[in-house]
Design a protein around this ligand. Structure first.
Ligand SMILES: CC(C)(COP(=O)(O)OP(=O)(O)OC[C@H]1O[C@@H](n2cnc3c(N)ncnc32)[C@H](O)[C@@H]1OP(=O)(O)O)[C@@H](O)C(=O)NCCC(=O)NCCS
Length: 173
């Protein structure tokens, strides 16, 4: 299915485009605090964000990749992104917000809508969340959404610059 536009009370979830690159780089992919626990490494220059968004644009029709920009309805600002990506035998969920938008319930709101999409539109029977130990916000969101501890893991970022001890949390439908 082509990545759709979804909606929550305060957010529009829409496909990302290369034209979002400069804003995203300035707002979160270049931020060491925001990217600390992410599976990608902090972007050193805007070209790295362009490369990522080029991948996302090329995968609008990929049934295993759904990435959404999170747009605040009130202001039209792109405040973060979230997604579902297929690994092995199920979708993994992820989310990231620019730091000035933390602690306002946006990640939980977006994740809840993506879970509903996975269940109702993609026919998913389970979703997994992966987080580093110490990423208390991510762990709390997953538990608030009904995820349960699945197993301890060690994982590295795509460029192998960071390695984390962490957890997989699972939500079975
Ligand atoms: C993790 C992240 C997405 C949380 O986003 P958020 O919009 O602030 O989260 P929410 O406001 O929906 O919070 C959900 C719950 O987690 C709690 N929480 C959020 N961040 C927290 C933190 N750093 N430490 C402890 N609790 C936290 C909130 O208080 C809230 O609890 P409540 O439901 O009891 O009120 C955000 O901090 C972020 O973008 N971090 C960097 C990227 C990242 O690590 N992504 C996840 C990778 S696995």
């Amino acid at each position: 299915m082509r990545t759709p536009v979804l909606e929550t009370e305060r957010l529009i979830l829409r496909p990302l485009a290369v034209s979002d690159a400069q804003h995203i780089f300035d707002s979160w992919t270049s931020c060491p605090v925001v990217t600390q626990y992410m599976i990608f490494d902090q972007h050193e220059n805007v070209q790295e964000t362009i490369d990522w968004l080029t991948f996302e644009q090329a995968n609008y029709d990929n049934d295993h990749v759904y990435t959404f920009g999170l747009v605040l309805k009130e202001t039209g600002e792109l405040i973060g992104s979230g997604g579902l990506s297929w690994e092995d035998d199920c979708f993994y969920i992820g989310y990231i917000l620019s730091q000035n938008n933390w602690y306002k319930g946006f990640a939980k709101e977006a994740a809840s809508r993506m879970i509903e999409f996975a269940k109702n539109d993609l026919g998913a029977s389970k979703i997994i969340g992966r987080h580093a130990n110490g990423n208390a916000g991510s762990e709390k969101i997953l538990h608030n959404l009904g995820f349960e501890f699945y197993k301890d893991i060690t994982f590295s970022s795509f460029g192998n610059k960071k390695t984390f001890d962490g957890k997989l949390q699972v939500l079975n439908f």
